[in-house]
Design a protein around this ligand. Structure first.
Ligand code: FES
Length: 163
């Protein structure tokens, strides 16, 4: 169960909404922020808050790439596998990421730090190849740049030679 204060806040926000259902995605994000992903139990909790059935909420959740129905890493790497990125080096980006992380597409590292997911165009075509990590976009990827990004995320510190 989510903390009482969070539940109260979400119930209050839902009550203020013109239609409680319009809060469904916000409520799922809030619960996901607490649990890390939306388990069946979390979906039931969210459904109760917005006055929907878990099935109705499930149908909504399938439209949102950022709602996770299974555990993911702390950092979700979404590597763009659309046309422009394909032409600009997608395969070498994926090869480097899978090699460095030791996982395949769709997997999560054993330490729970990174998940790797291929996605459609993230709108950064002019800086392809590109990827999104959580909400931050990275473009003009090279193996060296990817290493710096991963190191910074894994350690919380910039790679040597970076500010
Ligand atoms: S094709 Fe990769 S960002 Fe658009």
């Amino acid at each position: 169960m989510i903390p009482e204060a969070l539940k109260r806040e979400l119930l209050e926000r839902t009550a203020r909404a013109e239609h409680p259902r319009e809060m469904a995605v916000d409520v799922m994000y809030a619960l996901q922020g607490y649990y890390g992903y939306m388990s069946d139990e979390a979906m039931e909790e969210a459904a109760e808050i917005v006055g929907m059935t878990p099935l109705e909420l499930e149908e909504l959740a399938t439209f949102y790439d950022f709602i996770y129905r299974r555990p993911v890493g702390r950092y979700v790497i979404r590597v763009c596998d659309s046309a422009v990125c394909w032409m600009e080096g997608y395969q070498s980006v994926v090869d480097h990421l899978t090699s460095r992380l030791g996982i395949g597409l769709g997997d999560t590292t054993a330490d729970g730090l990174f998940s790797l997911i291929p996605v459609c165009c993230i709108g950064y075509c002019d800086r392809a190849p590109a990827m999104l990590i959580n909400r931050k976009v990275y473009g003009e990827l090279t193996p060296e740049k990817i290493d710096r990004i991963l190191q910074k995320l894994a350690t919380g510190k910039p790679a040597a030679g970076e500010e």
